[in-house]
Design a protein around this ligand. Structure first.
Ligand code: FES
Length: 155
């Protein structure tokens, strides 16, 4: 391509062309790498593990994190253990479990959800919390971001 030019000038031009190509290709390569690693995170099976004994009548809920997402695990009055996304569907504050309601409460704008995570009409949240799959083996609990009903085994 640059054979008619002196060797030194030819090498400089080749380096400039290679650098220019790298300059335009690098952002696309970076974006593709980020997309691929993000897809891998979504497909990951990361879970939070805790003991059912940590959920007592005096402290029936616990906030855990699964893949960076806050999740609230609750022991209901009938001893059923359930997990829900803990991010309020209004503006993203973290909800807390209120056994006396029973249900979930968001202190940011007094948002309320019933015990099934369904938003209560008249409060700010307009969509429910998502119930998540809880696998229980004796006292060991394993919570993933898999919505309940879409996984292979739940309790
Ligand atoms: S962020 Fe929860 S009610 Fe507004």
């Amino acid at each position: 391509m640059f054979n008619h030019l002196p060797t030194k000038r030819r090498n400089v031009l080749r380096a400039l062309v290679a650098g220019g190509i790298a300059f335009f290709v690098a952002p696309f390569a970076y974006a593709i790498e980020q997309f691929v690693s993000f897809q891998g995170a979504l497909g990951g099976n990361k879970t939070a593990k805790l003991s059912a004994a940590e959920l007592t009548p005096d402290s029936p809920s616990k906030l855990v994190e699964v893949e960076g997402e806050p999740v609230i695990v609750v022991r209901e009055a009938d001893n059923q253990i359930r997990a829900f996304t803990a991010t309020c569907t209004h503006l993203g504050c973290i909800v807390s479990f209120k056994p006396q309601m029973p249900g979930f409460y968001c202190k940011c704008h007094s948002g309320r959800y019933d015990a099934n995570g369904v938003n209560i009409p008249g409060t700010r949240p307009k969509s429910p919390l998502t119930e998540l799959l809880v696998k229980q083996n004796a006292d060991d609990l394993e919570i993933s971001l898999t919505p309940k009903g879409t996984g292979s085994a739940s309790s």
